[in-house]
Ligand binder design. Structure first.
Ligand SMILES: Cc1ncc(CO)c(N)n1
Length: 221
């Protein structure tokens, strides 16, 4: 069992509430209201800006070149791949990159991103990567679970296919391996509870992020 599996086991209720959130189920079934997806995607673009900063912070917090390269790889994947998906999908609704960058951050976006950044500022690279893990590894798992139900005219096909694709799955697998190596170096029995709490909080903030999308569609009706 690697450290990711141990953290997931220890926080299983929070993990499950995140990866099996009603937003995820409706996304997979293709029944998610478009308004919910649009709000989610707009906020997720703003999320990714802060998430890029968190990975830049991971470079700053690194004591080895190998750790720096891991964070740089994830940072590159966010800036050069993942954000392009958002811009591409939003362009279909007439939203430009500028529109996205001008949007106001929802409290759920602020809460999650600033929590992750604070874990990195107040803690070390293990704390920061424990806060980042539910995000990267969680999305890879969610998309892999949804991919078998994809069909040609699925409304969210591109989103699911991108996160289920080889490139993103590779980023997540690397992050998982890196977290394990960080745990070997830095995790002590005394720290385990705190690292679990960071992981669990990030899972809860992920669930809140999905909920924000659902709630916005409810308000629009
Ligand atoms: C909220 C959130 N969590 C995880 C990911 C995966 O990078 C994302 N794009 N957005």
């Amino acid at each position: 069992m690697d450290i990711f599996d141990r953290l997931r086991q220890a926080t299983l209720a929070d993990w499950t509430a995140y990866v099996e959130h009603p937003f995820v189920r409706e996304l997979g079934a293709g029944t998610l209201p478009q308004a919910a997806f649009r709000t989610y995607l707009e906020q997720d673009y703003l999320f990714l800006i802060q998430f890029a900063r968190a990975n830049a912070l991971a470079i700053y917090k690194s004591r080895t070149l190998a750790d720096m390269r891991e964070a740089k790889g994830t940072l590159g994947a966010i800036l050069d791949d993942e954000m392009h998906l958002h811009v591409r999908l939003c362009a279909r609704w007439g939203m430009t990159r500028d529109d996205l960058e001008r949007a106001a951050e929802h409290p759920a976006t602020v809460a999650y991103t600033r929590f992750v950044l604070d874990c990195g500022q107040s803690g070390d690279l293990l704390d920061l990567n424990a806060a980042l893990a539910p995000c990267v590894i969680g999305y890879a798992e969610i998309a892999r679970a949804l991919a078998p139900s994809l069909h040609d005219d699925h409304p969210y096909r591109e989103w699911i296919a991108d996160y289920a694709g080889e490139a993103y799955q590779g980023v997540a697998a690397r992050a998982r391996g890196h977290l394990d190596r960080l745990a070997e170096r830095y995790l002590t029995p005394a720290r385990l509870g705190q690292v679990q709490e960071i992981f669990a909080t990030a899972c809860r903030l992920e669930a809140d992020f999905w909920q924000m999308g659902l709630d916005s569609a409810r308000r629009a009706h």
